[in-house]
Design a protein around this ligand. Structure first.
Ligand code: 1QQ
Length: 375
């Protein structure tokens, strides 16, 4: 990706910022003012993802704006988890000249159609939860700060092998969604590379409610582990039905399972689920605990990974806006590409040369109805 930060740095070093103060997007006090569009899954079966994301964004917005260097106005649109609705929302946001950048959409399936449009229109866009392979590679204007499945899944599988001496696995995935399909590809590749025997590969579709056929087959093959690539609503129902059929082996899940909704829906049936994530709310870290208590105060619930990623994402946007020095789409893109060593609540974060994420995951397991570090 091309960058222009070095010239920006030179500009600000010789007082260029004051000169830029008269430009659009700069208030008299020098704060960079910008509208940031948000496309989020806030209604429909996966609405808990979008609720967490928009809560995290709003909390970060309050904090950022109170500091006075950057003033962000969030323009939030609902995508309902649908490609066409996400695209309509994106077009509306891109047509507003005050919108300097976009955060979202929630699903990789949505980003697959929105990302190319944003890139074509020169609007920087950053997913906070899009984890499929190839998202930042859509174009120079497309970013994410979410840990890709390609980093998360192998880490989770490694831990499961180490802990359970697993040798045989069954794989179950949704074959009508970009993220669940990509997660499956990653699971299959990781299983093969680690010498696991794949007993069967089963598929399902969004909104499916009966997994009896797939689970009966899996049960008969007696795997040591089940690898599942699903969003939370299907994923939780799969675990619930599996446990009711007497399948008690651990599950390794992709990013869709990183929502507490899995526990809310599946209850005890969610125990034994292994995931990898950059977020752990019990971490003894001042920044993390400060965020957790502010979030609880504001929303009366604990933040999840999706809230945390969105919170960090707005800080990354704010940092880039500050470095850009004005509310300009190209300047914001260039400044985003330069973000290195950002220290957020998810730990140290950088973009690589393709705009993808450099970050370390933690492996968690659900025990007694809660996510715990899997040691
Ligand atoms: C993707 C995901 C989903 C789980 C986001 C909610 O990781 O679509 O990429």
């Amino acid at each position: 990706k091309l960058t222009a930060l070095s010239s920006l740095l030179v500009l600000s070093a010789c007082g260029g910022n004051q000169a830029a103060g008269d430009k659009e997007g700069q208030s008299g006090g020098g704060a960079v003012k910008a509208d940031i569009g948000v496309i989020s899954y806030i209604s429909g079966p996966g609405a808990a993802y979008g609720e967490a994301i928009t809560n995290g964004l709003k909390l970060a917005q309050e904090e950022i704006n109170s500091k006075g260097e950057v003033e962000i106005n969030l323009v939030i649109e609902d995508s309902a988890g649908k490609q066409d609705q996400a695209l309509t929302a994106a077009q509306k946001l891109m047509n507003s000249e005050n919108v300097t950048g976009i955060i979202g959409p929630t699903l990789s399936t949505e980003m697959n159609v929105v990302g190319p449009e944003a890139d074509l229109n020169g609007v920087p866009i950053m997913g906070t939860s899009t984890t499929a392979e190839g998202i930042p590679q859509i174009g120079d204007y497309v970013f994410r700060n979410s840990l890709p499945e390609a980093l998360a899944i192998p880490a989770a599988i490694d831990k499961a092998i180490e802990k359970y001496d697993a040798k045989k696995v069954a794989i179950l995935y949704g074959n009508d969604d970009v993220f669940t399909k990509s997660g499956f590809d990653t699971m299959k590749k990781a299983a093969e590379e680690k010498g696991l025997e794949i007993l069967t590969i089963e598929t399902f579709q969004k909104g499916q409610s009966d997994y009896n056929a797939q689970l009966t087959k899996i049960k008969g093959l007696n795997p040591d582990l089940i690898l599942a690539s699903a969003l939370y609503n299907e994923g939780a129902v799969i675990m619930d039905q599996a446990r009711k059929m007497g399948i008690d082996v651990p599950f390794v899940g992709g990013n869709g399972f990183n929502s507490p909704e899995v526990i809310n829906i599946a209850g005890d049936a969610a125990n034994g689920l292994i995931v990898a994530t950059p977020w752990y709310g019990e971490k003894e870290d001042e920044k993390v605990q400060d965020f957790v208590s502010k979030y609880e105060e504001e929303y009366s619930k604990k933040p999840d990974q999706f809230a945390a990623q969105a919170y960090d994402a707005l800080y990354i946007m704010a940092e880039a806006l500050k470095n850009a020095g004005e509310a300009d789409r190209d300047a914001l893109r260039d400044a985003l590409a330069e973000v290195q060593g950002f220290n957020g609540i998810l730990g140290e974060f950088s973009f690589d040369e393709e705009g993808d994420v450099v970050m370390d995951p933690t492996v968690l397991v659900i025990e007694d109805g809660a996510f715990k570090v899997f040691e």
